[in-house]
Design a protein around this ligand. Structure first.
Ligand SMILES: Nc1ncnc2c1ncn2[C@@H]1O[C@H](COP(=O)(O)OP(=O)(O)OP(=O)(O)O)[C@@H](O)[C@H]1O
Ligand SMILES: [Mg+2]
Length: 155
């Protein structure tokens, strides 16, 4: 099982489609193990997007993610990182195909509704930036026995 950080960005909340996005995540079968709302601080935003510090769009990116509250989630599943990225859609909005969250609901690369971690190291770093260990909830999701074969769950 893998964990990834999902951020429903300020536009998702302001446009009233956070619920629809959460529904897609639930329906896919990703297990939500942490969720909270907060206004991201400048400090956390800069740490989160550190890899983009030198990019021309960095200021806009920080301005956008700190502009209004976000919903932060940690989700779990087999290949959760890749799965969440596939569901989000391509970074360049013109390449985000219908059926993906960005492809269905977003109009611009800078205003693109959702963040998902891009690999295991990034996921761990990003989850630790926003969540304390005790905020991640351990529980059994009964539907998992209808989402994975028993050979996987019995491991
Ligand atoms: N060329 C660009 N012009 C404007 N904004 C951009 C551009 N490239 C990326 N961004 C913004 O920076 C964010 C981070 O870029 P990154 O390359 O990590 O894309 P991503 O992994 O698809 O998105 P995220 O990290 O938010 O999940 C993107 O979500 C987007 O909002
Ligand atoms: Mg990224």
């Amino acid at each position: 099982m893998e964990r990834t950080l999902i951020i429903l960005k300020p536009d998702a909340i302001q446009r009233g489609i956070a619920g629809e996005i959460i529904t897609r995540i639930e329906r896919k079968g990703l297990k939500i193990v942490a969720m909270k709302m907060e206004t991201v601080s400048q400090e956390k935003a800069k740490y989160h997007y550190d890899e983009h510090r030198e990019k021309p769009f960095f200021q806009e990116l920080i301005g956008f993610i700190t502009r209004s509250p976000v919903i932060l989630m940690v989700v779990e599943g087999i290949d959760a990182i890749k799965t969440a990225r596939k569901m989000s859609g391509a970074t360049q909005i013109a390449d985000a195909i219908p059926g993906t969250i960005r492809g269905d609901y977003a109009m611009h690369t800078s205003v693109n509704l959702i963040h998902t971690s891009d690999g295991p190291a990034g996921a761990e770093r990003e989850i630790n930036n926003f969540f304390k260990k005790e905020e991640i909830v351990e529980y059994k999701l009964d539907s998992q026995k209808w989402l994975y074969p028993s050979s996987v769950l019995d491991k």
